[in-house]
Design a protein around this ligand. Structure first.
Ligand SMILES: *Cc1c(COP(=O)(O)O)cnc(C)c1O
Length: 415
């Protein structure tokens, strides 16, 4: 493709762009069990409209855009309330989970260097902690110490303790962890951090909204937020179960002193003082405004209903998988994520099941080890589970018959 010499009309560009989407997963119809979240057409259109109105406003400098300063501070304060952060809690909007986790690693490294003179820092975390921590360690020159999870897929706290040394700057727990959907023993991990006065980040990118509202709905939720002593920072993605537009996460620290290690400021160039809260420079106001709009449109009541719907669908899917011969559930989901594999991997290749499901229009994540399929169940799936389960069972039968080998696939792609 080369640059067109003559401009095309509005109608032409939009009709082409819409045509590009033809083979995309139909997330609006509930066909995606990953990557996209849907609270219905009204919520989506409110997010899109707010995004449109603020897409050119720039969060790099909130002095020029007091609107964005206000939006950020209100969004962060709502989220800090979910996290039971006290009046000292302070944070920033990020572009999503990956940026939040990169900054959690960076803040821990800075704190270790500044308060304890650590020059070879390490992070101790379970093998279930998100890949973005690995990316953060790689970017910022921090050693990643991965500790195998226990047989229940939760962080093995004794093994984590054994991996800690004087250069450890950060411990990580997830609420829930992505691969099997269980909540790590946050209180025990945070106690290890508190005893050593080091950072403890809780990755609630997935669970920050869901666990908050599941608890209010009366479900049992193990302690995971700032009510736990020793937790120093928590992340949540509003572009996941916040049901807002892509490009919005929030990273909250227990207090402003801890937050200070996240930010960066320099005047070592010819352009004057340059400060930034995160990885990016220019930041579209679109995702911030969309999040503000969706939070205010839904309110607590809206999130209670959406959380109840997602949980109902998740429980229905869990029961159906357990009742399907040939499949094993990896763990009882504690929020709305679940994973399952083959009872006997010699006779059933779950990646072939995923291939077949995709032919039928359903997109699930493939992961491992062990080879598993993963479903992120959200509100749009309420009422859609019987159809999915029928197709899943057909896909299992097909895969067993063919003993076909599917591609391994990937959670994220690089092309
Ligand atoms: C999605 C996710 C992330 C990464 O978030 P992105 O928004 O995809 O960058 C981190 N941690 C957990 C537990 C997640 O589910």
């Amino acid at each position: 493709m080369t640059m067109p010499a003559h401009g095309a009309s509005r109608e032409e560009v939009f009709s082409q762009l819409e045509a590009f989407k033809q083979h995309d997963v139909k997330w609006r119809e509930g066909r995606a069990f990953t990557l996209a979240y849907n609270a219905g057409t009204e919520v989506t259109s409110i997010a899109e409209e707010a995004y449109r109105r603020f897409s050119t406003e720039n969060g790099l400098n909130t002095h020029a855009f007091p609107s964005l300063q206000r939006i950020q501070s209100e969004v962060v304060s709502i989220v800090a309330g979910w996290f039971e952060g006290g009046s000292d809690a302070a944070g920033f909007i990020t572009s999503g989970g990956t940026e939040s986790l990169l900054l959690a690693v960076k803040a821990a490294r800075e704190r270790g260097r500044s308060e304890r003179g650590i020059t070879s820092p390490n992070v101790v975390m379970p093998t279930s902690a998100h890949a973005a921590f690995e990316k953060g360690c790689y970017y910022f020159g921090v050693e990643s110490r991965r500790v195998p999870v226990g047989s229940d897929w939760r962080a093995d706290v004794a093994a984590m303790e054994a991996a800690i040394d004087d250069n450890t700057v950060l411990l990580v727990g997830s609420a829930p962890q992505y691969p099997q959907g269980v909540v790590d023993p946050i209180a025990a991990i945070a106690a290890l951090a508190e005893a050593r006065d080091i950072n403890c980040h809780v990755d609630a990118c997935m669970g920050g909204v869901t666990l908050t509202y599941l608890a209010r709905l009366g479900h049992y939720v193990p302690a995971w937020n700032f009510s736990v002593p020793g937790v120093t920072s928590i992340s949540v993605d509003l572009h996941k179960y916040g049901y807002s537009a892509k490009g919005c996460g929030v990273l909250v620290h227990r207090n402003k002193q801890l937050r200070a290690y996240q930010t960066y400021i320099t005047d070592n160039w010819l352009g004057g003082v340059y400060g930034s809260s995160g990885v990016l420079g220019t930041k579209s106001g679109g995702p911030w405004a969309a999040a503000w709009a969706v939070l205010h449109h839904l309110g607590d009541e809206g999130y209670m209903e959406l959380t109840a719907a997602a949980r109902r669908a998740c429980e229905e899917l869990t029961a159906a998988i357990q009742a399907t011969p040939g499949l094993v559930l990896r763990a009882q989901p504690e929020s709305t994520l679940l994973a399952f594999g083959a009872e006997n991997p010699d006779v059933l290749d779950v990646y072939a099941v995923a291939d077949r499901l995709w032919q039928l229009g359903w997109y699930v994540d493939r992961q491992g080890p062990p080879a598993s399929l993963h479903c992120t169940v959200n509100a749009i799936h309420d009422g859609k589970i019987p159809h999915f389960v029928a197709d899943l069972r057909a896909a299992v039968a097909d895969a067993m018959k063919a003993s076909a080998t599917g591609e391994q696939g990937a959670y994220g792609t690089v092309d």
